[in-house]
Design a protein around this ligand. Structure first.
Ligand code: ADP
Length: 452
């Protein structure tokens, strides 16, 4: 049905037809009276008929006017005659418009929900730069309130000069790295997109973690270079000295130089070896190889190696209950346990005690501890010990052949086994490093035990 100004052409035709039939009715009543009784009576009847018709139409029109003043979506009450057709037509249009509005509303809601659910911050700015809409992520990133700050110019709320300059520059080809003062330490990659008649959308992505990783990578490269540079400088220095006067260098002196160069080469080798282990742990499969490891056997093997490393300078004792086996990588666990034990030897002066212990805890977890009465560690260092290249005393670590990567390797291995490293230490009294393996990695000592 064609529509003109909201009312259908059909209805407009009905109005004229109804008007014509009303007039015809009045005429049909009035003319016989005018001809048969008196023209005056006929005119009176016609006048009264017209008045009644006008009053009726006026009442329906007034009802229509009252309806237009009511909230949108209300339907018109029932009417009679032609007004019933007009009202029904209007009601149908209202219903269609309401359905259309509801559909548009639902689409808008879906669009808003999608923008809210985006992992990135999204903000729409008006032509004047005021916030028209902002999702939760953007509000959190920039420290704004989505309701309170709507309608406020963004540059009144985020006033950092670099941010304001980027927004006002109009050059949005490249994203802009922003460090909001309201979120200390955070880094956001902000990109402005212009659309429509010059409106702007701001997308912000939290890159704090990526930036931290980038800093860590840079620090790591710097640390490795530094660690390699020192022994390399020593080795090349010796070679130069020897080359400059090979004939003049006494044999004993040459022997000393070569021994020192050999030590430095061994140091570089250890460093490379530890770096390779660390990189294999980082890039290897997410799950360690699932061997069934004889826990007590592993601890006793580590104890034997520890005694060999100490070469009689320490009293090494071991206590390992033959109660269970560990599900995990034999190679990785050996490397972690041996690292803890070798540290105990290296940081305990000669004559000290080193005790290795493997036990089952009441919770079902398994615990491997290395206790020493060595130099100990001040509390402020303990949380940072597993960072790569972190050393309490750089000189002592080097003297004892340390690379600064041992505990980083231990931490990695334990994380891969969902295990935890616990450190208790008192400077001057000694330390206790414990690796706690979760109960689900502990198996009974033998199949027979499992059947019991
Ligand atoms: P390093 O090769 O320097 O020993 P690690 O990562 O194994 O590197 O250890 C980091 C630091 O933790 C060491 O430099 C040392 O200062 C400290 N540390 C580790 N184990 C002990 C221990 N048993 N007693 C005292 N200090 C220790």
């Amino acid at each position: 049905m064609a529509s003109a100004g909201g009312i259908t052409i059909h209805t407009a035709r009905y109005v004229w037809t109804a008007l014509a039939s009303s007039l015809a009715l009045i005429a049909a009543l009035a003319i016989p009276f005018a001809v048969l009784v008196s023209p005056l009576l006929g005119s009176l009847i016609a006048l009264v008929g017209l008045l009644v018709m006008m009053c009726r139409h006026h009442a329906y029109l007034a009802r229509l006017v009252r309806w237009t003043q009511q909230p949108v979506g209300q339907s018109l009450p029932q009417a009679s005659g032609v007004w019933d057709l007009v009202y029904s037509d209007i009601n149908r249009n209202v219903r269609q418009a309401s359905a259309e509005r509801a559909k548009l509303g639902a689409e808008l809601d879906r669009f808003r929900d999608a923008s809210q659910a985006m992992p990135d911050g999204v903000m729409y700015l008006s032509l004047t730069g005021s916030i028209e809409w902002i999702n939760r992520r953007a509000a959190e990133d920039l420290g704004l309130d989505p309701k309170r700050d709507r309608g406020t110019p963004i540059t009144n709320l985020v006033r950092q000069p670099d941010f304001v300059h980027y927004l006002e520059s109009g050059d949005y080809n490249e994203p802009f790295l922003f460090h909001p003062v309201r979120r200390r330490g955070a880094a956001l990659l902000v990109q402005v997109i212009t659309f429509g008649d010059g409106r702007r959308m701001i997308i912000s992505r939290d890159v704090t973690q990526i930036e931290k990783l980038e800093t860590m990578r840079r620090d790591f490269v710097a640390n490795v270079s530094h660690e390699l540079r020192t022994p390399l400088t020593v080795v090349s220095g010796f070679i130069e000295t020897v080359l400059d006067g090979l004939e003049d260098v006494p044999h004993a002196e040459l022997q000393r130089y070569l021994t020192m160069a050999h030590e430095q080469a061994a140091r570089m080798q250890r460093l490379i070896q530890d770096l390779l282990v660390l990189s294999a742990l980082e890039t290897g499969a997410p799950q360690p190889v699932e061997d069934v490891v004889d826990a007590a056997g592993l601890v006793r093997e580590v104890a034997r190696e520890t005694e060999a490393l100490s070469a009689g300078r320490h009293q090494v004792t071991v206590e390992a209950q033959d109660l269970c086996r560990i599900q995990g990588s034999a190679k990785e666990l050996h490397s972690a346990f041996a690292n803890l034990a070798s540290n105990a030897i290296r940081y305990t002066p000669a004559g000290g005690k080193v005790h290795l212990r493997w036990q089952l805890l009441a919770s079902g977890a398994g615990e491997f501890c290395v206790e020493d009465d060595g130099i100990g560690i001040a509390p402020e260092h303990i949380p940072r010990l597993t960072e790569r290249f972190y050393r309490v005393d750089r000189g002592r670590s080097r003297e004892t052949g340390g690379t600064g990567l041992g505990l980083a390797i231990v931490k990695h291995v334990l994380t891969r086994h969902q295990a935890e490293l616990k450190v208790v230490s008192t400077p001057g009294e000694g330390s206790c490093f414990c690796a706690v393996l979760p109960a689900r990695r502990i198996l009974p000592a033998s199949v027979d035990d499992a059947d019991d």
